[in-house]
Design a protein around this ligand. Structure first.
Ligand SMILES: Nc1ncnc2c1ncn2[C@@H]1O[C@H](COP(=O)(O)OP(=O)(O)OP(=O)(O)O)[C@@H](O)[C@H]1O
Ligand SMILES: [Mg+2]
Length: 356
């Protein structure tokens, strides 16, 4: 029997639950000429949701992770590479004859994968314009290519003014729907909600939440390998009390619980046992993270591990606390839903244990 829980990569049926309204909204928007901005903390399910919506409306798409783009030339190469996955180079090369800077294109003879690169150039705008113009040309108004930029906030770090140049090109395009994904809430809202930003209101803003409790409860109880309904419910409840419905960590913990129930003799405190096992597996990582925190970070993390909010800590100046909270959020160690919480329930457990 296969483990019915999945974590760590994009999920679709049968590992996908809820998100009915979000799916409908994305599909609806992609059938118009609008763009979408989708924001959530890391590992909430942005990529899974968008991939599922695209699959259901059966439209061509390309995915670019801006974390992988280190320069404008590099971004243009990534775009071209993705375009060649949709339309073979041989079939579109006649659309590239006007390219102002010619990329080097090579094909791996074994895998047929195409590699694209540009020499560093003085005119990176021309390179980007040409790549995006090709994207527009290979697309069509009746079957618009959905172009997804993951971790879009990274645009601000690639090259100064890139946001302005990108926006100038994109606003002229007719045949593309853009989806901008981002996990840095404050930077994403700066980009799309600040009046002076070139991308101000460029797409419809959507925040992705955790998965609702009742839905996750049903998802877990249907998959646990137990006959006793009450025990099943108690275990599912313990899982969600630990993970607070975080999509990734819930699937990870449920998966570990399933392993224990299926392959071990442990009969009691199953969820506690699974949490312990996962905490031990990550011990070295947590140790390393901890060593890189400064004193204020440590103070805040320890308080949060005991569910004490940063605002209730009075022994440090408020500005010191909040610059640390901001940094910890940017690095993804804490998230804010209604209140601040430690993102990783196993790290939280590790902190509580280390404190004795
Ligand atoms: N709709 C869903 N139903 C059940 N589990 C989900 C769902 N969406 C996400 N998950 C869980 O969360 C994990 C992360 O999903 P995904 O990679 O789509 O998130 P993401 O927000 O794109 O993450 P990242 O910030 O790393 O790019 C999945 O592997 C899965 O375990
Ligand atoms: Mg993702």
């Amino acid at each position: 029997m296969n483990n019915p829980f999945k974590f760590g990569s994009v999920v679709d049926e049968p590992y996908f639950t809820d998100r009915t309204n979000e799916l409908a909204y994305i599909k609806h928007s992609m059938n118009s000429t609008n763009h979408i901005v989708l924001i959530s903390p890391r590992r909430f399910g942005k990529t899974s949701l968008v991939k599922k919506a695209i699959k259901e409306i059966n439209r061509p798409s390309i995915f670019i992770n801006l974390q992988m783009a280190v320069s404008v030339e590099n971004l243009a190469s990534l775009l071209l590479k993705e375009i060649f996955k949709l339309r073979p180079f041989e079939k579109v090369k006649h659309l590239m004859t006007h390219f102002r800077i010619i990329p080097t294109i090579s094909t791996n003879p074994f895998s047929d994968a195409v590699d694209v690169s540009f020499q560093p150039s003085l005119d990176s705008t021309a390179i980007l314009e040409d790549a995006l113009a090709l994207l527009e040309k290979v697309s069509s108004p009746t079957n618009r290519i959905i172009t997804v930029f993951d971790e879009f906030q990274e645009i601000m770090g690639i090259e100064k003014g890139l946001d302005k140049r990108l926006r100038a090109i994109m606003q002229e395009q007719q045949n593309i729907n853009y989806i901008f994904l981002g996990s840095q809430e404050s930077m994403m809202t700066q980009i799309f909600e600040r009046k002076k930003s070139p991308f101000y209101h460029f797409g419809m803003l959507m925040h992705l939440d955790k998965i609702p409790y009742d839905d996750f409860m049903q998802y877990i109880t249907q998959r646990l390998p137990l006959k006793d309904d009450r025990q099943t419910n108690d275990i599912a409840k313990d899982i969600l009390d630990t993970t607070l419905c975080h999509p990734y960590f819930t699937q990870q913990l449920a998966s570990q619980v399933w392993e224990i129930l299926t392959y071990s003799d442990v009969k009691e405190n199953i969820v506690k046992e699974a949490v312990e096992q996962l905490t031990i597996i990550h011990d070295l990582d947590f140790e390393r993270l901890w060593m890189n925190f400064n004193k204020t970070d440590k103070y805040i993390m320890l308080n949060l591990a005991h569910k004490k909010q940063p605002s209730s800590t009075r022994s440090l100046p408020t500005s010191t606390i909040y610059s640390s909270v901001k940094r910890l959020m940017q690095m993804g160690y804490i998230i804010k839903i209604n209140e601040y919480e430690i993102e990783d329930p196993f790290f939280r457990n590790w902190l509580i244990k280390k404190q004795g």
